[in-house]
Design a protein around this ligand. Structure first.
Ligand SMILES: *Cc1c(COP(=O)(O)O)cnc(C)c1O
Length: 397
């Protein structure tokens, strides 16, 4: 389909549909057709499409100030950083424009800290199938099979080990080891959670060897898993964290957070023309203010349980596999049935679903999704599975 608009660089095979507006869990295309969106720009529209609080914050900010330059403070940057640090174990924030850029910042911060405090230790242990972004360094940190050979020469210093395997981590530690960097739930890999036991052991190992613990919460942060940050649910305390995706409610915003004692950038080490501009930070303030309203995160957990139960019923009806994940980052194991095939059928039913693996469907709806919308999604999903599978029984949703 990429030949439809030959002036757009064909980095992915896009369908011809053009969406023109969105509200909550729904998108509307040029023809006026409504689509139920359980992708939400890859978990980016945390409050759904065009949430009134985000829209109003953007409108107000757009009328007063867009970008005084990253070399000056602005009110939105200050306010959002205060909210993030007041509600986490971190002391300082550096805003970026994408998750990859936040992770690049985390890698730079760790390397600088290693140069100063650990006699130049530089190696960062990362995990097979982990995902950290598409810049050269974050691709090198990523554990997608084959990625560490693309675009050579590859940035060195990343040691990859199997996820949830503490002895593999232990075996990888040497004198040059500086940090461990991981997702608490591997999102792009297909929603694979770390076990609490592994994370506790990992924390202990990091302390024992003086390694920094860097969590990439670009996908799991900002309410996605039912708490503001996923690390809260695992009872660990990371040293450095990155955020992205849902933090801006749809606009390009991401962040690098650190504890004071690891904050070692000197003027000139880190920066960026658009970083921390008031427009995107105002959207970020609207998002975090909404997430912190009493009862909001509880409602995410309730809807998670509801979605998870409905998916469990589907799994039984069609003899599929397990439901996994936390909050509103859930996956359904489709067993023998091709998940990309189901997602393609769902697209024809007006349902946007993602299949990160041949046997995995991923559900990342707006955190504001209603039970009624979950029911509507389930109905369309059933129809899509029936269309992909001849043995499946019919299901009343
Ligand atoms: C999406 C993602 C990234 C990359 O974020 P971009 O904004 O696309 O650069 C990094 N880490 C994780 C865990 C992600 O899910």
């Amino acid at each position: 389909m990429s030949d439809l608009h030959p002036y757009i660089m064909p980095i992915i095979d896009r369908p011809s549909t053009i969406f023109v507006s969105g509200k909550g869990s729904w998108l509307e295309d040029e023809q006026g057709t409504l689509w139920l969106d359980f992708i939400q720009g890859w978990a980016v529209n945390s409050l759904g499409h065009c949430h009134p609080a985000v829209v109003s914050a953007l409108q107000k900010q757009a009328e007063s100030l867009l970008n005084p330059s990253p070399a000056f403070y602005n009110k939105a940057m200050i306010g959002l950083a205060q909210q993030l640090t007041a509600n986490s174990v971190f002391d300082e924030v550096f805003f970026t424009n994408s998750g990859a850029e936040a992770n690049e910042g985390a890698i730079k911060l760790a390397r600088k800290w290693g140069a100063i405090n650990r006699e130049g230790a530089y190696k960062i242990i990362t995990f097979e199938h982990g995902f950290h972004g598409r810049t050269l360094a974050t691709m090198a940190a990523t554990g997608k099979p084959g990625w560490d050979e693309l675009f050579p020469p590859v940035v060195s210093g990343f040691i990859k080990v199997p996820y949830n395997d503490i002895s593999a981590v232990e075996a990888a530690v040497d004198n040059d080891s500086l940090a461990i960097m991981l997702e608490l739930i591997q999102g792009e890999a297909g929603v694979i959670p770390a076990t609490a036991e592994f994370l506790h052991e990992l924390s202990r190992l990091a302390r024992k060897h003086g390694l920094l613990l860097i969590v990439d919460e670009v996908q799991t942060g900002m309410g996605r898993t039912g708490t503001l940050f996923a690390y809260e649910q695992f009872g660990i305390e990371p040293d450095i964290m990155t955020l992205g995706k849902g933090i801006g409610g749809g606009v390009p915003l991401a962040a690098l957070l650190t504890k004071k004692r690891f904050s070692c950038f000197e003027p000139g080490d880190q920066g960026g023309t658009f970083n921390g501009n008031p427009l995107v930070c105002a959207a970020g303030q609207a998002v975090i203010d909404t997430l912190l309203q009493p009862g909001f995160l509880d409602s995410v957990q309730r809807k998670s349980a509801y979605l998870s139960d409905r998916l469990g019923e589907i799994s039984q009806a069609f003899q599929l596999g397990k439901v996994r994940g936390k909050g509103l980052l859930l996956a359904l194991d489709t067993g023998q049935i091709s998940a990309p095939n189901i997602a393609a059928k769902a697209f024809k039913q007006g349902l946007l679903l993602n299949a990160p693996r041949p046997d995995t469907l991923r559900f990342m709806p707006a955190l504001t999704v209603s039970e009624h919308e979950i029911d509507q999604m389930i109905r369309r999903l059933c129809a899509s599975i029936e269309g992909s599978h001849s043995v499946g029984r019919k299901m009343d949703a």
